[in-house]
Structures are given as C-alpha cells and as structure tokens.
Design a protein around this ligand. Structure first.
Ligand SMILES: *Cc1c(COP(=O)(O)O)cnc(C)c1O
Length: 427
C-alpha cells in the first residue's frame, strides 16, 4: 500500500502542529507508523490522500452513526449555512433539538448545548457542585471525561484515594478534590465516602468506551445510585460517547439506573461540534441566567451544528430499530474476529453495545482499567497495522471503542472478518 503522500503531509504537519495532529490519539503513537491523511469520507469508507480506501470503524471517534456524507445531514447543514453561520442569538433549531432529546431521555427535563464533550462535562460538574454546595467528586480509573483540569487525574501515592494530576500544567490543588475509584468495584467507592463527607457527585461512563469497551455491571450502577441517595450526592452519567450510540434513550434505558445529570456529545452533533448536559428541572434551575451557576459560550447552540444534530437525532428517532441491526453486525464482526484469534491459539475478549464494539487481546474478561492494561499491546499494534494494510481502519489504540454505522454493510463486515483471519494468522 502506498501512503507516500500521507508520509509527506505528516512531516510537514509536524513542523507546524505539535506531533502533527490537533488531538493526540490521531498520531498513531501507540501502534507506530504514519497516520493516514484523509481526503474524504464516502458512506462507510474513508479515502486517504494517496487514494487508498478503508472500511471506517472509527467514524470520527463516534459521531457518525450514519457514516460519512449522509444526505439528510448534509442537506440540513447546507440549508443552515445559507442562512448564516452564527448569530449569538437564539434560533428555533435549539428549542427543536432540546425538545427531541428531552422527549427521548426520561431523566432530563432541560438541556443546555455547548460545543464539545469536554465543555459539557466541565459544566455538569460545576452544576453538581453548585447544586450540592460541595467540592469533592468521584471518578473512575480508565474513564475519560475530556481534558479539563480536575478530571486529568491518576492514582495518587499510597493509601490515599485523592487523585494526582496526570498531566503537567495541572496544579495538584486542582485535582485534590477528585477521588479515584475502581470501575465495577463498589468497595472502592464506599471507601471514597469514608474519606470524604463533601462529595458533590460521582461521574461515570455507564458504558465505558475509553479503556476499550467495558460496560458497567447493572448491580454496580444500582449500588452507586443507592450510595448517592444515602449521601445527598448527584450521579452523573457521562454519555458523550454512549449517548445515541448504544441505544436511543440513554444508558438508563438498558441498565435500569437513572442518573441525576447526563452529559452528551459526539452523535448529538451529527459530526459537528456539539456537546450538551441535561438534568431534571430543579437542578437545571441553578444554571445561569436562571440560577447562580455560571456557564456560557459564544458558539453554543450554533445554528449549523444544531441543524446537523437535529437531522441526525430525528433520523435515529424515526428508525430506532437500526440499533438492533447495527448490534447484529457488530456481533458478527466480533464473532468472526474471536474465531480467527482462537484458531491461532490466543483469545479475544469482546463486548458489544448497540453500534459500539470493543475487543481485547486478553485471556481474561476485562472489567476495569487494570484488566484492560493487562491486554497484549504488541499484538494489538500488529493487528492494527495488518488490518490497515488490508483496507480496514480501526482505532489506533487498544483503549478505544470501535463503531458500526448504518453505511457499514454486511458485505463490508464479511470482508473485514476475512481480513482479520489473514492478519491474525501472522501476529
Ligand atoms: C469524547 C469524550 C469526552 C470528551 O469530548 P470532546 O468532544 O472530545 O471534548 C468526554 N467524555 C467521554 C465519555 C468521551 O467519550
């Protein structure tokens, strides 16, 4: 496969942009090699600047549940563009998208739109702190909630559950209110409540997609709900990735536990930059200008972004059976990959939730971040390189989730399984 144009483009980009990319995971650093530079998308395919075509299982890291260049979304965006790019004044599309989302997700009465998942989560946490009048928050190892200061934490030293910054530039004072717990381990959460009586919220990805795909156990989520209720703590479901990806009506509709606040992003913008957070009326009433908790954005609820989101969510609502169809395709893909792995003497742990899929080169089931870290990173890197050669574009890190779109056909799945059989025999 010739990727000489991508190689040249990457060298030039590196002269001007740190690492040559505007978001680190795009750099392929964990699998080696050169990131491909994209010329365009076509339905379920990605075309690079050397003219190579790939079946795309990344889909812009989640947003494109209808694949690239979806006609309805494209038309909605073009119509909006012709009326003006931004006004900084209310438009009808904001209320329409709000009505749609609030109607679909039981636990929220009101919603506010922002421009990224990071912003949605940052604002949701401020809201939880403002509402409860408390400072501490609990997050889980291996869950990602964007790059705001208080969420860039890793385990601190020794017995202490309070987190340490995971990035230079984040003062330890900013993360000292973030307690770290273990995913799917209720005892570690109880310990946090022993260490602090000032916990504003627990934030969790109910279907974790940033340590590979690791869904939370139903019982675990129910216990979190109970602990929150007993302690006057709010439960935040970060559904920036899983929202409208795993199912139409939020994780709450499949796990049976309801959060107090939900954050969304990715699919809700149909490929444009949109984030959102919502909650019941009494919590949202704390938000500025109705209440005292400040939050704002020049481009929040941008009309072009709202048009894309509205087109995407409208289509999803009208065709909710597609989640079952996408899940079947994802299951078939992973079944094929698992068999190919086993034929070559190693095991693959797999998970599917709606259009989301994950796989680990690991002998044991993966329930938390520590388990995910015990996966075979070298084998993953070899798999990734091999699949790319075969024209299948998978996320370039074993800690990412894969995505099926409505443009990913059964034929493309079968082609991918055949490619996986070939690649697995050589790794
Ligand atoms: C992607 C993601 C974010 C951050 O969203 P950005 O739009 O990249 O800022 C936050 N939380 C989760 C669960 C995500 O998957």
């Amino acid at each position: 496969m010739n990727i000489s144009s991508s190689k040249a483009a990457f060298s030039e980009a590196q002269e001007l942009i740190p690492g040559g990319v505007n978001s680190p995971v795009r750099a392929f650093s964990s699998v080696g090699g050169t990131p491909i530079f994209v010329e365009k998308g076509e339905g379920g395919y990605l075309v690079d600047i050397d003219g190579n075509r790939y079946i795309d299982y990344v889909q812009s890291w989640g947003p494109l549940i209808f694949g690239h260049t979806d006609e309805a979304i494209e038309n909605a965006v073009i119509a909006a563009v012709k009326k003006g790019l931004s006004f900084g004044a209310p438009t009808l599309a904001e209320t329409e998208l709000a009505k749609l989302v609030v109607g679909l997700i039981d636990s929220i009465d009101k919603i506010r739109f922002v421009s990224s998942g990071t912003e949605a989560v940052m604002s949701a946490i401020r809201l939880a702190r403002g509402y409860t009048g408390r400072d501490d928050i609990i997050k889980f190892e291996g869950n990602y909630h964007g790059h705001s200061d208080s969420l860039l934490v890793q385990a601190g030293s020794g017995m202490i559950t309070f987190g340490a910054p995971s990035s230079p530039g984040v003062p330890a004072d900013f993360t000292k209110h973030t307690l770290l717990a273990k995913y799917n381990d209720i005892e570690s959460v109880k310990k946090c409540f022993k260490d602090s009586d000032d916990i504003a919220c627990i934030i969790i990805e109910p279907i974790a997609g940033n340590m590979g795909l690791v869904p939370a156990d139903k019982d675990f989520l129910a216990e979190l709900r109970k602990l929150c209720d007993e302690n006057g703590t709010l439960l935040i479901f970060d559904e920036v990735m899983s929202g409208f990806r795993a199912t139409l009506r939020g994780a709450e509709s499949i796990v049976g536990t309801k959060p107090d606040i939900i954050t969304m992003g990715k699919v809700i913008g149909g490929g444009m930059p949109v984030g959102a957070f919502g909650a019941r009326q009494e919590i949202m009433a704390q938000l500025s200008p109705e209440g005292p908790v400040y939050q704002a954005g020049t481009l929040s609820g941008n009309p072009v972004a709202m048009a894309a989101g509205l087109a995407a969510i409208t289509k999803l609502k009208d065709k909710s059976i597609l989640y079952g169809i996408l899940e079947k395709r994802a299951l078939r893909l992973l079944e094929g990959m698992k068999k190919a792995a086993e034929k070559n003497g190693f095991s693959l742990q797999t998970n599917v939730r709606g259009s989301m899929f994950g796989f680990f080169f690991n002998d044991k089931p993966v329930k938390n971040f520590e388990h995910a870290c015990n996966s075979d990173a070298e084998r993953f890197a070899a798999f990734h390189r091999g699949m790319l050669e075969e024209g299948c574009y998978f996320a370039c890190s074993l800690y990412e989730t894969g995505f099926i779109s409505t443009a990913t056909t059964d034929e493309m799945i079968e082609k991918t399984v055949t490619a996986a059989e070939k690649v697995m025999a050589n790794i």
